[in-house]
Ligand binder design. Structure first.
Ligand SMILES: Cc1cc2nc3c(=O)[nH]c(=O)nc-3n(C[C@H](O)[C@H](O)[C@H](O)COP(=O)(O)O)c2cc1C
Length: 200
């Protein structure tokens, strides 16, 4: 770069500074990031034939356990299945499950524990709310880490309890199939807010 006069150089550098200021990249707010994670998550029904590292699964569950629960009971329990034979057997008892996921997390609730900590309300009702919350934490974290998930509710709980040797006091609430997505489907439509909300 060559300038004939000092003032020519100053003008050039001032205009350069102004341009760089104009290019300032806005860092997204926490809310922007959360909104994007919630809205871009999709149910994944086709997965790559690729293992999910154990550390990634552990990281997800480590964070998910910070979810809220009624009376802080934390009655959620997780059975992580990666064994191929068990995965195949699991699929036979889960008609709602599509796609060959390399990981399944059986999300359970220890209802005896919930009763000890939160009484009848914990054992009979809050365990389902708590499970739903921790499931959402898991699927959002998985999505943020590049994984896809499918929450599955149609399965035979007794068959799955037996297959995975799950303690009697644990209810199997849902299965989460997890893996690297092969295809990401379009978002199914959502009901408009005015159909969902009444104001009083
Ligand atoms: C409690 C629950 C049970 C579900 N069960 C199944 C299932 O058995 N099989 C399946 O393919 N998807 C299942 N899904 C996924 C839903 O079909 C899916 O969340 C819904 O169509 C919205 O799509 P999206 O998750 O991509 O936004 C289930 C989701 C939830 C929350």
């Amino acid at each position: 770069m060559f300038f004939k006069t000092l003032s020519e150089g100053k003008t050039y550098f001032n205009s350069l500074k102004a341009r760089v200021r104009g290019m300032t990249v806005q860092t997204p707010s926490k809310a922007d990031i959360l909104i994007d994670i919630i809205k871009s998550r999709r149910t994944i029904r086709s997965f790559e034939d690729r293992e999910v590292p154990k550390e990634v699964i552990e990281r997800i569950l480590e964070v998910a356990r910070w979810s809220p629960s009624g009376s802080n009971a934390q009655e959620w329990r997780f059975v992580v299945v990666t064994d191929k034979k068990l995965l195949k057997a699991l699929r036979m008892f889960s008609p709602g499950w599509l796609g060959e996921a390399p990981v399944v997390i059986a999300v359970c609730a220890d209802r005896e524990w919930a009763y000890k900590v939160a009484g009848k309300l914990g054992r009979d009702r809050m365990y389902l709310i708590d499970s739903g919350i921790v499931i959402q934490s898991i699927v959002l974290l998985a999505h943020a880490l590049g994984l896809g998930t499918n929450i599955i509710a149609s399965f035979s709980p007794e068959a799955i309890r037996e297959l995975l040797n799950i303690p009697d006091s644990w209810d199997v609430v849902a299965l989460i199939a997890m893996g690297y997505p092969k295809e990401v489907p379009k978002a199914p439509p959502r009901l408009p807010l005015d159909k969902l909300v009444i104001w009083r």
